[in-house]
Design a protein around this ligand. Structure first.
Ligand SMILES: [Zn+2]
Length: 91
């Protein structure tokens, strides 16, 4: 499995295009979409939402996971506090 230079997707080396420049550097594009965006349209991969580079620069996945776990932990704490309050009020 080789990694696409543009989108960062792991893809079979038999699929897509391997571009070998005159200086010997190789770059693998998983699809024509990635190849066109990089070479013809000259788009910045850090500004496109569907690339891995964007996710890494904005740390989207990591932040979301952290937020979810934090909110869950807060909810659990709140429910525990409420339960304690109910117990105290009953006494
Ligand atoms: Zn790609």
């Amino acid at each position: 499995m080789t990694k696409c230079v543009f989108c960062g997707k792991e893809e079979s080396p038999y699929k897509g295009v391997h571009l070998i420049k005159n200086d010997g550097s190789t770059s693998f594009f998983c699809s024509s979409k990635c190849r066109r965006n990089a070479l013809n349209l000259k788009r910045d991969k850090n500004k496109l939402k569907w690339t891995e580079a964007f996710r890494i620069t904005r740390q989207r996945g990591i932040e979301k996971k952290n937020r979810d776990t934090e909110s869950k932990a807060k909810k659990e704490l709140k429910t525990e506090e409420k339960k304690e309050e109910v117990k105290e009020s009953k006494k």
